[in-house]
Design a protein around this ligand. Structure first.
Ligand SMILES: [Zn+2]
Length: 185
C-alpha cells in the first residue's frame, strides 16, 4: 500500500492516516487554519511526525486552540506550557504563538476571515503538482511569508508556509504516483 502513497509517508500509522485523510484537503474554516498555522510554527526545525504525535497534547495544553483564550495567556500560563513535556517546550515558539494569535485576529478583522486573507493570495485557486518537481518554498509561500512577517508574525518563514499551504490544500502536492493524486482532482 505504501508504494501507492507519496514517498514521504513512512509505515507509521499516524503518518499514513494524516496523509490519507487530512493532508492536501482544502480547508476554509478559520479554526482549523489557525490550529494548523500554530502547529506549523512549532514544526519549524522539527519533523512533522513529531508534531503530529504531539497534536493531542498541544490541543489539551492550548485550550483546544481557542484563539480568544490563547491571546490572553499570561506569564503563569507560559511557565505551565514550558513545563509541559507533552508539547514542544520552546520558549520563543510559545511566545510567538501568543503574539501570532493577536495578529491572526487583526487579519480576521481586516479581511472578514483568515480564510479570505489566505486564499486571496492565489485568487481562491488551488495549485496542483504537475510534474513532481518539488520545492520546499515557492513564489506563493514567499509572498505569504513576507506578508505575515510584515505584520509581525514569527516562525512563519517561507519553508514553513509552503508546508502549511500543502497541509491545508492551497497547494496540492500529492505525487503523480499517489492514489490521492487523481482522487483530489
Ligand atoms: Zn499523496
Amino acid at each position: 500500500m505504501n508504494n501507492c502513497r507519496c514517498s514521504w509517508v513512512t509505515n507509521d500509522e499516524i503518518y499514513q492516516n494524516y496523509h490519507d485523510e487530512e493532508w492536501g484537503v482544502p480547508v476554509y474554516d478559520d479554526h482549523t487554519l489557525y490550529e494548523m498555522l500554530i502547529l506549523e510554527s512549532f514544526h519549524a526545525g522539527l519533523s512533522w511526525l513529531i508534531i503530529l504525535k504531539k497534536r493531542d497534547n498541544f490541543r489539551k495544553a492550548f485550550d483546544d486552540f481557542n484563539s480568544e483564550k490563547i491571546e490572553k495567556y499570561d506569564d503563569k500560563k507560559i511557565i505551565k506550557l514550558l513545563n509541559n513535556e507533552g508539547i514542544v517546550r520552546h520558549k520563543q515558539k510559545i511566545m510567538a504563538a501568543i503574539e501570532n494569535t493577536k495578529i491572526f485576529h487583526e487579519i480576521q478583522k481586516e479581511f472578514g476571515s483568515f480564510s479570505n486573507y489566505l486564499w486571496g493570495f492565489n485568487n481562491n485557486k488551488i495549485i496542483k503538482n504537475m510534474d513532481d518537481n518539488f520545492q520546499n518554498r515557492t513564489a506563493l509561500s514567499d509572498k505569504i511569508s513576507k506578508n505575515l512577517k510584515s505584520r509581525g508574525m514569527k516562525f512563519v518563514g517561507s519553508v514553513t508556509i509552503q508546508a502549511y499551504l500543502e497541509a491545508i490544500g492551497i497547494f496540492n502536492n500529492h505525487q503523480l504516483k499517489c492514489y490521492l493524486y487523481k482522487k483530489q482532482g
